[in-house]
Design a protein around this ligand. Structure first.
Ligand code: N01
Length: 545
């Protein structure tokens, strides 16, 4: 590849980067280079190798849809795809479509700056690369920069410690070990039961008790796949694309108060037995929008926690009382609450007994000193903006993305930022991706970006740039939609609440994947209102406010 003729630089080789590379190269014939920090493809699934890691979208819908042959040939083994299998899938995609020839691994992009004179993005890496291209596309994931809390004394700890989001490839041997897990979000809830099975002693440090529903994970239903999925993949995917959450299922429309108490109880029992997110979307349509309806589901889950967990002291700590179900990321689990019935598993409520420091031998809380061999940080991510801020991204007239986003991210459609021409984001803040089945959102972004670039090239347009007004309006719209949801009722990473000092801005678009897609389609049909499209000349240097 002649790098002096690069058309596009893509950052990241997860679902987003692989799909974008394939689309730009195969459909538009562009000369594309991908930079990837890891030594292999996979993105999230390359890094998150913690015990029990899997996706909680059902496997048949957690995939690329651009190749009918790929859809028909690939077979998942589990109801939910587990991390090693997702990684194999992405490896397979990279091999099958010969993508690796355009990917440079073990390379971190450190800086990217837009040059108004040449209308090129100049990209620098930690390996000394200096390359330029007309388009810069970020596929850096939105939950990929780990949050390791600033607890005094971590440096002094004599044991091992790991963050779930950068797990050692060789695995961690927990046998006979005293282990601490800090954090009970998706990663904690998935890893705690598996770590408990392997270690001698486990103490979980919990800041917020969680609602979680049994996943009922198991082998995939082959008959369902062969008879209902594979012959109907096109229709299923189309349904997913226009749905609220990127999955091809029907949401219950009835209210929790359309039925009497015993009917409601029976519906929740059936949902609990079936497991997974169907407990929420298959039961009542207003659980996620109406606090009173939500309370019936929240109460049901609390009753299940009381039923499952034997120790009343642990029950009290495990009951989520400070936020409604679904206002933080909805969780599904395997044996999470049962795990606390094991004698070697204990739970520390950080609200009663906060961590004061990490010592050479373990963790010091306000009232106890605990010894550990291994500390696991399941403490989440500096989501949506963290990975952008790790790079020095400079737009027109030296503007820094970090400065422009100092009060929270601001984008048009989650796809572009004013003053950063020809830079596109896949799963950026302001897009619905994190509230959806990711591959469906990612493919929508990829297709839309590819179509826009094709449109621009056909019309001789050199510069694509979100207009500040459109960006402001989109931000307002994202905010208005969020205000109507229950998401505003919890301290979550959606709001940046998990990172001390991060501006409290609800970052994802909560209007649904289908509604978002409709707006994107209409904008494209109308010739991309809200974007300033221009031919490049070296005087085109005006900065928008
Ligand atoms: O991170 P989280 P995650 N001291 O932020 C706690 C996706 N994902 O890695 O709730 C003590 O959800 C924090 O407490 P609180 C998915 O989108 C998907 O689990 O902030 N505790 C919380 O309990 C998910 O939402 C899958 O009060 C601290 C936990 O650590 C996203 O990734 C699997 C703390 C962090 O939970 C992130 O999930 C895994 C501190 N200083 C991840 N700081 C699947 O598809 C934070 N915590 C299944």
């Amino acid at each position: 590849m002649n790098e002096s003729e690069l058309d596009a630089i893509v950052i990241g080789a997860g679902f987003s980067g692989l799909g974008m590379l394939h689309s730009l190269r195969e459909e538009l014939g562009l000369n594309v280079k991908v930079f990837e920090k890891g030594s292999g493809v996979g993105g999230t699934w390359y890094w998150n190798r913690y015990p029990g890691a899997r996706c909680d979208s059902e496997s048949y819908i957690y995939c690329f849809s651009f190749s009918q042959e790929l859809l028909q040939d690939w077979s998942w083994s589990g109801k939910y795809p587990e991390q090693p299998e997702i990684l194999s899938y992405l490896e397979h995609v990279a091999e099958r479509f010969d993508l690796k020839r355009n990917i440079q691994f073990n390379t971190t992009v450190t800086a990217a700056s837009y040059d108004e004179e040449t209308n090129l993005w100049h990209v620098e890496t930690d390996q000394g690369d200096r390359v330029s291209a007309r388009y810069l596309i970020t596929g850096i994931g939105c939950i990929s920069t780990g949050n390791i809390p600033d607890i005094p004394g971590l440096d002094s700890f004599q044991g091992d410690w790991h963050h779930t989001g950068s797990w050692p490839h060789e695995g961690v041997d927990f046998s006979g070990k005293k282990v601490a897990v800090i954090g009970t979000g998706s990663s904690g809830v998935q890893s705690i039961p598996v770590i408990a099975d392997q270690c001698a002693e486990l103490k979980v440090f919990q800041r917020t008790a969680q609602f979680t529903i049994p996943a009922r994970h198991g082998s995939i239903d082959q008959q369902f796949i062969e008879e209902e999925v594979k012959p109907n993949y096109a229709e299923l995917l189309e349904k997913a694309r226009w749905s609220a959450g990127g999955i091809p299922v029907d949401f219950a429309k009835r209210s929790a108060f359309d039925v009497n108490d015993s009917e409601r109880q029976a519906i929740y029992e059936a949902g609990w037995k079936e497991g997974g997110h169907r407990f929420i979307f298959g039961s009542f349509g207003d659980i996620t929008s109406d606090l009173k309806s939500n309370a019936t589901a929240s109460d049901f889950i609390r009753s299940k926690i009381r039923e499952i967990v034997q120790d009343p002291l642990k029950v009290e700590k495990l009951l989520p009382m400070d936020h409604p179900l679904g206002s933080k990321r909805a969780l599904i689990d395997t044996n999470y609450f049962d795990t606390y019935n094991q004698e070697h598993v204990d739970l520390i409520d950080l609200n009663e007994d906060p961590i004061e420091s990490i010592t050479a031998s373990g963790i010091q809380t306000k009232s106890h000193s605990f010894d550990f061999d291994i500390i696991v940080f399941a403490t989440g991510f500096d989501a949506m903006t963290g990975s952008f801020f790790k790079m020095d991204i400079t737009g027109r007239q030296g503007r820094k993305l970090k400065d422009d986003w100092s009060n929270g991210p601001s984008t048009y459609l989650g796809l572009q930022v004013s003053n950063f021409p020809n830079m596109f984001m896949i799963t950026g803040p302001g897009s619905p991706s994190v509230l959806s089945n990711m591959p469906v959102s990612i493919e929508q972004h990829i297709e839309w970006i590819k179509d826009f670039i094709e449109y621009a090239e056909d019309k001789g347009i050199d510069i694509i740039e979100a207009e500040p007004e459109a960006e402001r309006d989109w931000g307002k719209h994202v905010n208005e939609i969020a205000e109507k949801t229950l998401y505003m009722q919890a301290n979550s990473w959606y709001l940046g609440a998990n990172i001390p000092g991060k501006p409290r801005v609800f970052m994802p678009y909560a209007g649904g994947v289908g509604t978002y897609r409709k707006q994107c389609v209409e904008i494209a049909k109308e010739g991309y209102p809200g974007f300033h499209l221009s031919k490049h000349d070296s005087l085109n240097v005006a900065v928008a406010d």
